[in-house]
Ligand binder design. Structure first.
Ligand code: LLP
Length: 426
């Protein structure tokens, strides 16, 4: 097990003369060349995190959860690092294929995949479709029959495990919109119906209990229940169901002092303890790979001091490039990244430029008291669910993603322009 201290900052982050450098390049230079706001992504960190999961599960499958952050460059890195990919829409599937991912290495999720999406998945040879409802079992069976293909599927099961996370990102409970409930018996019925279709081949069971989870208890409880259910189904039907996919969900550190999540090797060891060795394990980490790889880089535009209350430091992005604080109450940190300051710290609220008071990026943040317009602020742990969830609220254009490595920087997602936005209007 490699000893890496979990931090919110990517591994090549270094402060030299008060300036943050990532991948060997100073943020002042990056801001001058690529503008702000921008996500600066440490390619080495991304690859190392892929490799860590791969090494933790050498005899299983690691499907990167593409919803965390996906673009063709990332797909290429995944290929090179030996990972597979989990997609949950036709759009993500299109990016996967554009990036050169073999569709056979793709797992396709979603509680309401359209007939067109399913047709495309079957036609392109997607490795496994994760069936999520009775309607979908029928629909996919008909589509596979039409195409003359026997489609490999997994059944998505909700094992009734409450993950200790925000309710909007917990998915494993019996009342979830996803999948078939173990407790209520619909999972057993789903297995029966899949096995009854000559056009579907049941190759695995799947569960995903939630996201940003930092303790092992929920994962092992789900694994135990799922393994038990799988063995029961095998016995009842006299079949073999070779794969148990336990989804993603491992959390990351966003701020110093946050709970430190277990290492992927510890997660896998805990799962292996309760899952029979003959079953092939699959996992779908998203955040724990992408999250710590990027910092969001902003420029300060205004500083408003309200004596006795707070000081607002406004940056040139906000809830359109990071909706997580507003949506989930997610807590981040930020640092002055462009220069050294000897000024004493004072507590500020970092806000965006949107027309909404809830547009807060960081609360109660100690920053040097002389923070001023033109300074650069960096928010770490910005690699997952930020660019992928970014919006055009207030007709703000979405920031670019700039990959840095060994002193070189390249744009892997370009900045959106006003022309991009205006092109939609007829
Ligand atoms: N597999 C499935 C079936 C999933 O639904 C998800 C995430 C993952 C894998 C990857 O989970 P991860 O390892 O990234 O936790 N937008 C929310 C997170 C939603 C996660 C949805 N599903 C956020 O910003 O926190």
């Amino acid at each position: 097990m490699s000893v890496v201290i979990e931090s919110a900052w990517p591994r090549t982050a270094a402060w030299i003369g008060g300036q943050l450098r990532i991948g060997g390049i100073g943020v002042r230079e990056l801001a001058a060349e690529f503008g702000t706001p921008a996500y600066i992504l440490d390619e080495e960190e991304f690859r190392a995190r892929c490799a860590r999961w791969r090494a933790a599960l050498p005899d299983g499958e690691v499907h990167y959860g593409g919803k965390a952050f996906l673009c063709p460059a990332v797909v290429r890195w995944l290929r090179e690092e030996g990972l597979c990919l989990d997609v949950c829409t036709g759009g993500e599937l299109a990016v996967a294929v554009t990036g050169g991912m073999d569709p056979a290495r793709v797992v396709f999720h979603g509680n309401n995949k359209s007939a067109a999406e399913l047709r495309r998945a079957v036609a392109w040879g997607v490795g496994r479709v994760v069936v999520d409802s009775f309607a979908e079992i029928e629909r996919l069976s008909a589509i596979a029959c039409e195409a003359g293909v026997r489609q490999s599927v997994m059944v998505r099961v909700t094992p009734g495990v409450e993950a200790h996370t925000h309710e909007f990102i917990a998915t494993g409970g019996d009342d979830s919109k996803f999948g078939f409930s173990l407790g209520a018996g619909s999972a057993a019925e789903a297995v029966r119906r899949v096995l009854a279709s000559p056009w579907l081949e049941l190759t695995g069971l799947h569960s995903h209990i939630g996201s940003q989870i930092t303790d092992l208890a929920g994962f092992t409880l789900a694994a135990r229940r799922m393994a038990g259910f799988l063995l029961e189904a095998e016995r009842e039907h006299g079949v073999s169901i070779p794969t148990l996919d336990l989804g993603g969900g491992l959390g990351i550190v966003h701020r110093p002092g946050d709970p430190v999540p277990p290492h992927p090797a510890e997660v896998v060891a805990a799962l292996r303890e309760v899952v029979p060795a003959r079953l092939r394990l699959a996992v779908e980490p998203g955040r724990s790979i992408a999250g710590p790889t990027a910092v969001a880089l902003y420029e300060v535009g205004t500083v408003k001091e309200i004596p006795g209350l707070t000081t607002y430091v406004s940056v040139d992005g906000g809830m359109s490039d990071n909706p997580r604080p507003a949506m989930y109450g997610a807590a981040y940190t930020a640092a002055l990244a462009s220069r050294a300051s000897q000024a004493p710290p004072r507590e500020v609220t970092v806000v965006g430029k949107h027309c909404e008071s809830g547009d807060v990026l960081v609360r109660d943040l100690p920053l040097p008291a002389d923070v001023r317009p033109g300074d650069l602020l960096a928010i770490p742990a910005s690699g997952a669910y930020q660019r992928s969830m970014a919006s055009n609220y207030n007709h703000v254009t979405r920031p670019p993603v700039v990959a840095v490595r060994d002193g070189a920087a390249r744009v892997i997602v370009r900045r959106e322009t006003e022309e991009d936005l205006l092109r939609l209007y007829v």
